[in-house]
Design a protein around this ligand. Structure first.
Ligand code: HEC
Length: 147
């Protein structure tokens, strides 16, 4: 190690190794940071859709045996959010389909219309708002005895 350049070389290599180590460490941190971000978002979305129904990860639609047909017929033109945001009776859904057929070039669904309507009627029917329980009947009041 008499050559003074050796010292410089070693210092240089040491710094290089340190740099590589640090940069890979930083990437790891950034990654876990992103993971934390999604972890933080996850519980929130879980609250919104916290029920026992399973959602299709691709479309967000409720999973059942006719979903494949809805995916085939209803996802070509617009987001499935338009479907999820709506709740109609079977007849209401039929009217929507007719409306799209009349105005937006939706094709004839033929035999598959039944499957699509079965699906929509079952999973996207009008929601009933339950705001409070029915009043109690035949209440047996008792005297509250204070001492
Ligand atoms: C050929 C294209 C096309 C296909 C396929 C299609 N739609 Fe649509 N749909 C449209 C257009 C265009 C609109 C209007 C979008 C807008 O208002 O931005 C629309 C709107 C809607 C809306 C919103 C209606 C409203 O009142 O705002 C619903 C619900 C809907 N579609 C459901 C479906 C369902 C269910 C299917 C499967 C049977 C389907 N769509 C397939 C073109 C299509």
């Amino acid at each position: 190690m008499k050559n003074p350049f050796n010292k410089i070389k070693i210092t240089f290599i040491a710094l290089l190794v340190l740099g590589i180590t640090l940069s890979s460490f930083r990437k790891e941190n950034q990654y876990s940071g992103n993971e934390n971000l999604t972890k933080n978002i996850q519980p929130f979305t879980n609250v919104i859709i916290s029920d026992t129904t399973k959602k299709d990860p691709e479309t967000g639609l409720i999973i059942d045996e006719n979903l494949y047909m809805v995916k085939a017929q209803c996802t070509g033109c617009h987001s499935t959010k338009l479907i999820m945001a709506n709740h109609f009776t079977r007849d209401g859904w039929k009217q929507k389909i007719r409306w799209m057929q009349a105005n937006h070039n939706l094709w004839e669904l033929g035999d598959t219309e039944k499957q699509v309507l079965d699906y929509l009627e079952k999973n996207y029917a009008p929601v009933q708002m339950v705001s409070r329980r029915a009043p109690l009947k035949d209440i047996q009041w008792y005297d509250l005895k204070l001492k």
